[in-house]
Write a protein that binds this ligand. Structure first.
Ligand code: DGL
Length: 279
């Protein structure tokens, strides 16, 4: 039995990073009700094995399914990269939308040369999901993928600008965009960079300074939100009456979720807004 159009949209991430996706969902789908679950007790997913990420992701999805959602957004690149088939099996036909396909779509649209760089967590890069999704849309594409795990910690610490963030950005990005010994014009650098992790949009300025202004930087938040709108419209499940409402759930420390999440959401959260849940 499918949920009615008035039911909430479930969104989950390993922690607060998915709030960058929630923000885009709120703009694209005003008036909807959202339930956002951050599995903060078990973050990061990006360094864990695929088996563990699948197990955690299915537990998050089941929790939201049991709350009567009409659609599920997997607002975590690592969970989307390895967990979508397993999650779908447990969702009783509820539409499930991940962030990798929309991110790949945005990158293919932005790139002229077809040389696309992807930075993401270790788990996302290892699984090759972005590489596959890009090459499926654009078989001639060259994809240079690199894990940039330290960005997750920097974003959580609020160190998204300044010399440390810029140094780390150069550490990860120079080998792709400015490799030693590269001859200008011969080995062309990528013209597009995908921020393949929910935390990375927080570091957009430091990343921009490292890659230079001609490179197009894309992330999957806005494209994912558009894809959710299309799928809901196709299934006649668009709600959007009244005020946008969000219920926040976290598996650890509402205080930390509220403090760090405030920066990611760009809107003040207080610990009292966050319910502690067990999976
Ligand atoms: N949310 C994760 C992602 O988008 C980043 C944080 C983590 O490693 O759990 O891949």
């Amino acid at each position: 039995l499918s949920a009615p159009a008035s039911a909430p949209i479930g969104v989950f991430d390993s922690g607060v990073g998915g709030l960058t996706v929630l923000k885009a969902l709120g703009s694209e789908l005003p008036g909807e009700t959202f339930i956002y679950l951050g599995d903060t007790a078990r973050l990061p997913y990006g360094t864990k094995s695929a088996e563990t990420v699948v197990r955690y992701s299915v537990q998050c999805a089941e929790k939201l399914r049991d709350l009567g959602i009409k659609a599920l957004v997997v607002a975590c690149n690592t969970a989307s990269a390895v967990g979508l088939p397993a999650i779908r099996e447990h969702m009783d036909g509820i539409p499930v939308i991940g962030v990798i396909e929309p991110g790949a779509e945005a990158a293919c649209r932005a790139s002229k040369s077809g040389h696309i760089a992807v930075i993401a967590t270790e788990g996302t890069v290892r699984g090759g999901a972005y590489q596959e999704a890009i090459q499926c849309r654009r078989p001639d594409a060259k994809v240079s993928a690199r894990a940039a795990q330290l960005f997750v910690a920097l974003a959580e610490e609020g160190m998204h600008e300044g010399p440390i963030a810029e140094g780390v950005a150069r550490h990860y990005l120079d080998p792709i965009f400015d490799p030693p010994g590269a001859q200008p014009g011969v080995e062309a650098a990528p013209d597009t960079l995908v921020l393949g992790c929910t935390h990375f949009p927080m570091l957009a300025n430091a990343i921009r300074n490292a890659v230079g202004s001609p490179v197009r930087i894309v992330d999957s938040a806005a494209t994912t939100a558009k894809s959710v709108r299309e799928q809901l419209a196709g299934a006649r499940l668009l709600g959007g009456m009244g005020r946008t409402m969000v219920r926040f759930l976290a598996t650890d420390s509402p205080e930390r979720f509220a403090r760090v999440g405030t920066r990611f959401l760009g809107q003040t959260l207080s610990p009292g807004d966050v319910e502690l849940v067990d999976l």
